[in-house]
Design a protein around this ligand. Structure first.
Ligand SMILES: Cc1cc2nc3c(=O)[nH]c(=O)nc-3n(C[C@H](O)[C@H](O)[C@H](O)COP(=O)(O)OP(=O)(O)OC[C@H]3O[C@@H](n4cnc5c(N)ncnc54)[C@H](O)[C@@H]3O)c2cc1C
Length: 399
């Protein structure tokens, strides 16, 4: 299993759960024991949690399962003909089956230069660096109002920093939740004292050794002590370029999460095939967890000669911003209905041809749980409305 994070750890667990009792090697490029990323922009960044609390499994877990864990080891090439994996240290490992779980890396826009005060946030080391930079309550500019940018804005604001968020699109998180809901989520920033500039295009960073400001294309110059670049990620597949696997913004897999015979991919790096025939890559924790286990079960089944099953989940993500928990199930669509609940909570129903394809709630977790079966079976929109209206939160349509 290559990549020792959420998908990789769930893959090794999945192999053992599926009864695979052969040798299992888990290889990870980072020197830290496998840890969880969601707290990096939340509790750890806020100084509430330490490194122990973000650990994915207890230290003894890998030995208990008979897993050989090799940390600080980067896979550099995969040879399907000889069934070998090569590492940066020159080691060559023979394998019968493999799960690729190398995740994603931040996309770094051209304007980024190696100036003091400029941060990315993907790893535990990134989080520690940013967390100590925020201690002095700097002026913070966040480039990109996706998940990471929005969460860092909320945490930095909570620590008393002055925060400006620059977003190239017309609203925050639009790619994940659509523009209408994105606009609603944008209000959260304003309500919490964060200045959000949408349709903003960054021309460059100002400063010689340390960043001093961000220069916009329209000529505006915004002073900054700390700049956090959160402009999305891309699948970490460079090491597979000579492998012969199909790579297209991710490792392309069939509906079984299989990229080639007994070669599977899972998590942020996998682009798998849906029953509709289209392919999708999902960058959320729950998918990495479920797909890691699913891919491993299918690999174990294949090695036993048993039947494998298609991976067809109902996607789910959450994001914590200010005091709100944003949760979403399913897929967004242009047909959106926002229902206002009590105490500024909302429920959003996404539909296609009057059937539910997704649902989002703001600080209403029980309601989202009640909507889950309806999203899974693409229930009529009217049924979903009834669930929302009948919920203790009581609702009225606002948009
Ligand atoms: C700050 C932050 C906050 C987040 N918050 C949320 C949230 O609130 N809700 C949510 O749903 N999702 C959240 N996510 C997303 C979620 O954490 C990811 O979807 C999840 O980590 C993906 O897991 P993965 O195992 O597929 O990949 P990754 O977590 O990216 O792990 C891949 C691992 O593979 C290693 N690797 C890469 N290349 C190689 C190689 N060649 N050889 C060996 N090892 C390699 C990497 O070093 C890394 O450790 C957040 C992500 C971040 C960064």
């Amino acid at each position: 299993v290559v990549g020792a994070s959420v998908a990789g750890v769930n893959a090794v667990d999945g192999l053992r759960e599926a009864g695979f009792d052969g040798e299992v090697l888990l290889v990870g490029a980072e020197n830290h024991r496998p840890y969880d990323r969601p707290p990096l922009s939340k509790q750890l960044l806020a100084g509430q949690w330490d490194s122990e609390q973000v650990r994915l499994r207890p230290v003894s877990h890998y030995a208990d399962l008979g897993i050989e864990l090799r940390l600080g080891v980067s896979a550099t090439a995969l040879d399907l003909a000889t069934r070998t994996l090569r590492t940066g240290g020159g080691e060559v490992f023979q394998f019968d089956g493999i799960v690729i779980a190398t995740g994603a890396r931040p996309r770094v826009p051209r304007f980024v230069r190696p100036l003091e005060g400029v941060h990315l946030l993907r790893t535990l080391d990134d989080a520690w660096e940013l967390s100590s930079a925020l201690l002095h309550r700097p002026n913070v500019i966040i480039v990109g109002a996706g998940f990471i940018g929005s969460e860092v804005a909320a945490t930095a604001r909570g620590l008393g920093c002055d925060v400006t968020v620059l977003e190239a699109l017309a609203s925050p998180m639009a790619q994940a939740v659509g523009p209408v809901v994105g606009e609603r989520l944008g209000r959260l920033h304003a309500e919490n004292g964060v200045s959000l500039l949408c349709n903003a295009s960054v021309a460059g960073l100002v400063g010689d050794t340390a960043v001093q400001a961000v220069q916009l294309e329209d000529g505006a110059r915004i002073p900054a002590d700390v700049v956090v670049v959160g402009t999305g990620v891309s699948a970490a597949t460079e090491w597979l370029e000579s492998s012969g696997l199909t790579l297209s913004d991710g490792v392309v897999c069939d509906e079984l999460c299989r990229a080639a015979f007994d070669v599977y991919a899972a998590g942020d790096t996998a682009r798998w095939t849906l029953p509709s025939g289209s392919t999708v890559r999902v960058e959320h924790w729950t998918n990495a967890t479920e797909q890691g286990r699913h891919a491993a079960r299918n690999l174990a089944a294949s090695m036993r000669g048993d039947e494998q099953t298609a991976y067809d989940p109902t996607p789910y993500f959450w994001s914590d911003q200010y005091l709100c928990k944003i949760q979403m199930l399913g897929w967004p669509s242009p047909e959106v209905e926002i229902l206002a609940l009590a105490e500024s909570r909302i429920a959003v129903l996404y539909s296609r041809e009057q059937h539910l394809c997704g649902a989002l709630t703001l600080s209403a977790p029980r309601l989202l749980a009640a909507l889950r079966p309806l999203v899974s079976r693409r229930a009529p929109l009217a049924d979903a409305r009834r669930v929302v209206v009948g919920s203790p939160a009581r609702s009225a349509v606002v948009a």
